[in-house]
Design a protein around this ligand. Structure first.
Ligand SMILES: [Cu+2]
Length: 223
């Protein structure tokens, strides 16, 4: 009941959103010279792209990477409990490298490839963000700083991360695996285990009630 209500709400938001993107095809013009670089059209968007500004702690671009990332339900198959997935859930790069990601969406619903925790003086809200409409692709470039760090990459659309669209970008030696990344630190099987554990608790509760009843009954008998 509640979940179907949430479903209607999400569909409503999506319809509203697609209405906005279609009603304003000149959006790209408005944002073209903006500080927060943003490309947007009916195929999706690329936000905070940065192909030339070096992070303060980098004296040069140390390496160039080109990744192709595909998104779709097909990539969820190897991971029980997931619905969506990326073709890769982990990328390893050198510090101070320039990364170009081509993001291909094979599903009908929108998907995002969003990196968090980048320096805020270069990336608004510390993120580089791409969104591809169903059946479309986007391409964008960003530069990572020099420190060893593991960055969260995910799709921010409601429930998509929980359903498998969670990944990590490891710069240098990284700073430890993130929790619940499919194929890296998959804890989705553990999520399934919470069901029996919950049932176990319920069983124990019933047993205690039964024991209590027996005690009361015996007390009445002995009177
Ligand atoms: Cu998604």
């Amino acid at each position: 009941m509640i979940s179907s209500f949430v479903g209607y709400f999400v569909v409503g938001v999506l319809l509203f959103y697609s209405g906005i993107t279609q009603a304003q095809p000149e959006m790209e013009h408005h944002h073209h010279h903006d500080h927060h670089a943003m490309k947007m059209d009916e195929t999706g968007m690329v936000m905070n792209e940065n192909a030339d500004k070096l992070p303060e702690d980098c004296s040069e671009i140390r390496r160039e990477y080109q990744f192709e990332v595909t998104a779709g339900t097909e990539y969820a198959k190897p991971f029980p409990g997931t619905t969506f997935g990326f073709s890769d859930h982990q990328w390893q790069v050198e510090p101070c490298s320039r990364i170009t990601v081509t993001f291909i969406n094979q599903d009908r619903v929108r998907h995002q490839w969003m990196v968090h925790g980048l320096p805020k003086y270069l990336y608004d809200q510390g993120m580089f963000h791409m969104e591809a409409a169903g059946g479309h692709r986007q391409s964008g470039t960003f530069i990572v700083p020099s420190d060893d760090r593991t960055y969260l990459v995910h799709c921010d659309i409601a429930q998509h991360m929980e359903k498998g669209m969670k990944a990590q970008l490891v710069v240098g030696r990284g700073s430890g695996d993130l929790w619940s990344v499919p194929g890296v630190s998959a804890t989705f099987e553990r999520a399934d285990e919470t069901m029996p554990r919950w049932l176990w608790g319920a069983g124990l509760f019933c047993l205690m009630i039964a024991a209590g009843l027996v005690v009361v009954w015996k007390a009445r008998i002995s009177r």
